[in-house]
Design a protein around this ligand. Structure first.
Ligand code: NAP
Length: 529
C-alpha cells in the first residue's frame, strides 16, 4: 500500500499538466497511465492519416512561455507523430515520467468515509491510498470495437484505430476493409486508398466533411504567432470554442442568398472548422442549418464523379454539426479511384465477420485486413470502466445510469475529493481541450490550496448545486440541434447506452466564467468537511 496526497489517473495532456502543477504545490503525487508512455489519445491513435482537426497553434499548452517559444509546429494541422513527439518532449522537459507508473490501469476506486481517503486498486495489483484522486481519463479512451459476431473466425488481421500497434502495418497489395466514416475513417480512407491493393469502406452514417486545407507553417508566420502567443491565448479563452478564429454573430437569413453563397464559398476556401463560426444560428435554427448543410452536400457532388456514389456519401437526416464535423484531405477524391469501393451499410448492413472477410446482408466480401474505426464509448466510458464507489458505498455507475451528472464537469455529489479533468459535463468536445485541461487543473489546484489553508479534509458539490448545473446544461442542450444525432455526444452510438446530451453547450468562455465565479465565492455550491 502506498500513501499519497494525490493520485492522477491518465497521462494525456490534462493529466500531464495536473502532475506538473500538483508537484509544484508540494503534494505527494503519483500518476498512473495505461499506456507505456505519455500522450493519451495521441499515444493510442497512431492509425494511418491521424492528425488533429484543431489548429496546432491552438492545440498546445499555454502555461509556460518557455514551452510556447521553444516548440515549433510544422503544419497548420499537426500529424499524430508530431503531437505525440510534443507530449514526450514536454514530459522530458518537466521530468514527468519520474512520478508516473506506466502500463497501469485503475480498476477500483473506493472512498473510505471514516478516514476520508480514496483507496485505488489497479490491474497490476497495486493498492494506493490518496486524499485526492484526479481522473484525467479523457473523453475518447474506450474504443467501441466491433459490435458484430465472428471476429474470432477471421483469418486476417483486425486493427482498432484507437489501439493501433506500435509496429508499421504493410497494406501493399492487401484487401482492406475499413468500418466507420467518422473523423477517424475519413482520415484513414485517402491514405489507405494510396497504400492498399483494394480498400472497401463500410459506411453507415455519412459525415459532413470539410476540406482541411492543411499546409506547412512558414517561419515568418510562426515568429509572429510566438511573439503574440499570450494575447492569442487570452483571446481564445474568451471565445465559445477556444480557438483563434472568431465566430460570427450574423444569422443565416440576415444576408441575401447571393451574399450567403459568397460567405460560404469564402469559408470553404479557408475551411478547417471555419464553417462552424460562419453564422450564429446554424446550431439552433433548423432552416439555417439546412442552408449550410445543402451547400456542403453540393460540394460532394462536385468532387465525386459517380452520382450514385456521391448520393451514398451525402449526409442526410440529421443536422450539420450535430455530429462532430470532419476535416478531410482527398477523402471524396478517394472514391473516384478504381481500387476503392463503398458499401452502404444503411441498405446493406454488416451481418458478421467471417473467416474470409465481412458478410453484409447482400454478400460476403473477402478481405486480408479489417480496420475498426467504429468510435468510442465517449465521455462516460472511461469513468464507468472503473468501479467507483463513493460515500456510503454509492456507485458511480448507478449515479450515471441515466447519463453523466456532476457539478461543472469537475466533481460529483457523493464522491468527495474526486475530481475530473475535461469531464463529461463540461464543454469537452465542443471546445479546445488544451485550454480546458489547463483551466480544470488550475481550478483543482486552487481548490486543494484553499482546502489546505483552511484545514478542510473533504469537498464535494451539494446536491442542489449539481441539480441546478445539470438543469442549466439541459436547458442549453434543448436549444441546440447538437443533441439530435446518434453520436458519441449523445450515447446514441452505443447499443443500450442511455441517450443523453451531457455536454455544456453554452460556450467555453461562459463555462470558464462560471468556474472562476464559483472559486471566487469560496466554492459556492460545494461543501467542505
Ligand atoms: P465516430 O465519429 O463515433 O465514428 C464511428 C464510425 O463507425 C461511424 O461512422 C459509425 O457509424 C461507424 N460504425 C460503428 N459501428 C458500426 C457498424 N456496426 N457498422 C457500420 N458502421 C459502424 O468515431 P471516430 O471517427 O473515431 O471519431 C470520434 C471522435 O474522435 C471524433 O468525433 C473527434 O472528436 C475525435 N477525432 C478527432 C480527430 C481529429 O482531430 N481529426 C480524428 C479522429 C477522431 P454510425 O454513425 O452509423 O454509428
Amino acid at each position: 500500500m502506498r500513501h499519497l496526497d494525490t493520485l492522477i489517473v491518465g497521462q494525456g495532456f490534462g493529466g500531464m499538466y495536473m502532475l506538473h502543477r500538483a508537484r509544484g504545490m508540494g503534494l505527494k503525487v503519483l500518476a498512473i497511465e495505461a499506456g507505456d508512455d505519455v500522450g493519451g489519445t495521441w499515444y493510442w491513435n497512431r492509425y494511418p492519416g491521424a492528425r488533429c482537426d484543431v489548429m496546432s497553434i491552438d492545440y498546445c499548452y499555454s502555461f509556460s512561455n518557455e514551452i510556447m517559444q521553444e516548440w515549433t509546429w510544422s503544419e497548420q494541422f499537426a500529424p499524430q507523430a508530431e503531437i505525440w513527439a510534443y507530449a514526450k518532449w514536454v514530459a522530458d522537459k518537466l521530468d514527468l515520467r519520474r512520478d508516473t507508473q506506466f502500463n497501469t490501469r485503475a480498476t477500483t476506486l473506493t472512498y473510505d468515509d471514516a478516514r476520508q481517503v480514496w483507496r485505488v486498486e489497479t490491474d497490476r495489483g497495486d493498492v494506493f491510498e490518496a486524499k485526492y484522486v484526479i481522473m484525467a481519463t479523457g473523453p475518447l479512451s474506450i474504443p467501441k470495437g466491433l459490435d458484430m459476431p465472428g471476429q474470432e473466425l477471421f483469418k486476417g488481421d483486425i486493427y482498432l484505430s484507437g489501439r493501433w500497434p506500435q509496429h508499421p502495418v504493410d497494406f501493399a497489395g492487401k484487401r482492406v476493409g475499413l468500418i466507420g466514416t467518422g473523423s477517424t475513417g475519413v482520415q484513414i480512407t485517402p491514405v489507405l486508398a494510396e497504400q492498399a491493393g483494394e480498400l472497401v469502406v463500410f459506411q453507415r452514417t455519412p459525415s459532413f466533411t470539410f476540406p482541411m486545407r492543411n499546409h506547412t507553417l512558414d517561419a515568418d508566420y510562426v515568429a509572429q504567432i510566438k511573439q503574440h502567443y499570450p494575447e492569442l491565448r487570452a483571446f481564445a479563452r474568451n471565445t465559445a470554442t477556444g480557438g483563434v478564429r472568431a465566430t460570427s454573430t450574423r444569422p443565416v437569413f440576415s444576408v441575401s442568398v447571393a451574399e450567403r453563397e459568397r460567405l460560404m464559398e469564402e469559408a470553404w476556401a479557408h475551411s478547417g472548422l471555419a464553417f462552424i463560426g460562419l453564422f450564429a444560428d446554424t446550431l439552433v435554427n433548423q432552416q439555417a442549418n439546412d442552408v449550410v448543410a445543402d451547400f456542403v452536400r453540393r460540394k460532394i457532388r462536385e468532387v465525386v464523379k459517380d452520382p450514385a456514389i456521391a448520393e451514398i456519401l451525402t449526409p442526410r437526416g440529421y443536422p450539420i454539426f450535430a455530429r462532430r464535423p470532419c476535416l478531410e484531405t482527398n477523402y471524396y477524391e478517394a472514391f473516384n479511384r478504381d481500387n476503392v469501393m463503398l458499401v452502404d451499410c444503411i441498405n446493406e448492413p454488416i451481418v458478421e465477420i467471417t473467416e474470409r472477410g465481412i458478410r453484409t446482408s447482400a454478400r460476403e466480401i473477402a478481405l486480408d485486413i479489417i480496420i475498426a474505426a467504429t468510435g468510442y464509448d465517449g465521455l462516460t466510458g472511461a469513468m464507468t470502466a472503473v468501479d467507483v464507489k463513493g460515500k456510503e458505498g454509492r456507485s458511480l455507475r448507478d449515479k450515471w445510469s441515466a447519463g453523466a451528472r456532476s457539478h461543472l464537469g469537475l466533481m460529483m455529489e457523493g464522491f468527495p475529493n474526486l475530481f475530473m479533468i475535461a469531464g463529461a459535463n463540461g464543454p469537452s468536445a465542443l471546445a479546445n481541450y488544451l485550454i480546458l485541461n489547463e483551466q480544470n487543473a488550475d481550478w483543482i489546484c486552487a481548490c486543494i490550496d484553499f482546502m489546505r489553508t483552511r484545514d478542510h479534509a473533504a469537498i464535494e458539490p451539494t446536491a442542489a448545486a449539481e441539480d441546478s448545473y445539470m438543469a442549466l446544461l439541459n436547458t442549453i442542450a434543448s436549444r441546440t440541434l447538437m443533441a439530435k444525432g446518434n453520436t458519441w455526444y449523445t450515447g446514441g452510438n452505443i447499443a443500450g447506452k442511455p441517450r443523453f446530451f451531457p455536454l455544456f453547450a453554452g460556450g467555453l468562455n461562459k463555462y470558464l466564467e462560471m468556474c472562476a465565479d464559483t472559486a471566487a465565492q469560496d466554492y459556492k455550491g460545494f461543501e467542505f468537511r
